[in-house]
Design a protein around this ligand. Sequence first.
Ligand code: ADE
Length: 309
Amino acid sequence: YADLRKRAQSRSKSRARTKSRNSSAGFKLDVSDFEFGEILGEGSYSTVVHAIYPPTEQEYAIKILDKGHLKRVNKTQTAIAEKNTLVRLGSGHPGIVRLHWAFHDEWSLYFVLDLAKNGELQSRISRLGSLSLSCARYYAAQLVDAVAYMHSRGVIHRDLKPENLLLDDHMRLKITDFGTGKLLEEGSERTGTFVGTAQYVSPELLTANNTSKASDIWAVGCIIFQMIAGKFPFHALSEYLMWQKVKSLDYTFPDGFDEVAKDLVIEPTQRLGAGEPGTPYDIEALRCHPFFKDVNWETLWSDPAPPME
Ligand code: ADE
């Protein structure tokens, strides 16, 4: 990271000025165009750093991925997939971290992302123990709305958890970290084209797209449980034991768990929200669940957030 600062400083500032004068000429940004600040987060192959773009004074979170490291751990394709996923999602939804620019140099890939100033939802849940019902409902609704958009664009996240749900300066939710994202073929869920022979096609193959959307929705249920109960629905001393519990749906609601929310979470057979649009278990049905009765979906992203408690 110290290296990065030197790199950024050693390039001439005048170059940046020349570029801004030719701003319509399709130039590429590079590290010298940003002022870097504190480290916001560190992952296995990446570091997220606070940055300012001086021409507009706009703040960003820049995700830096080390090319050498990516190559060594065979994750170059994963990084490219992450970028493609973010590009597919575009600027279409306030609940999803937006990719503003991407560039690379000899050493690194750089993703210039929305800055979410208030950190991870996880740390709020940890600090507070659990969230008030109105708070849990608000973040559950924002999560459902953002996931609905993501799925409508053919993107499966596959690693939804409160660590990947950030809070912006208005305390609204933003989904991040599409490093595990999967792009469904454009239109595949509708056209249902497949290769193979119809008589022999397996149910998993027929429902493959469903299944992956359903697993995001499964995670949404676990997150809602966690926000309300302040603990994981499935917990054991080892992952193996935990998966046994998941498979046998071995979980219980703590005393006082909101009755209306109960059938919203971990409903495995007919998982609300996992169905294709137009079916009885689609995402619209999830929005219509009594738990969300008082949610105004139209103003969800402009209404002020409830107090975090
Ligand atoms: N940590 C990881 N990604 C971030 C982002 N986009 N904004 C703030 N902190 C982050």
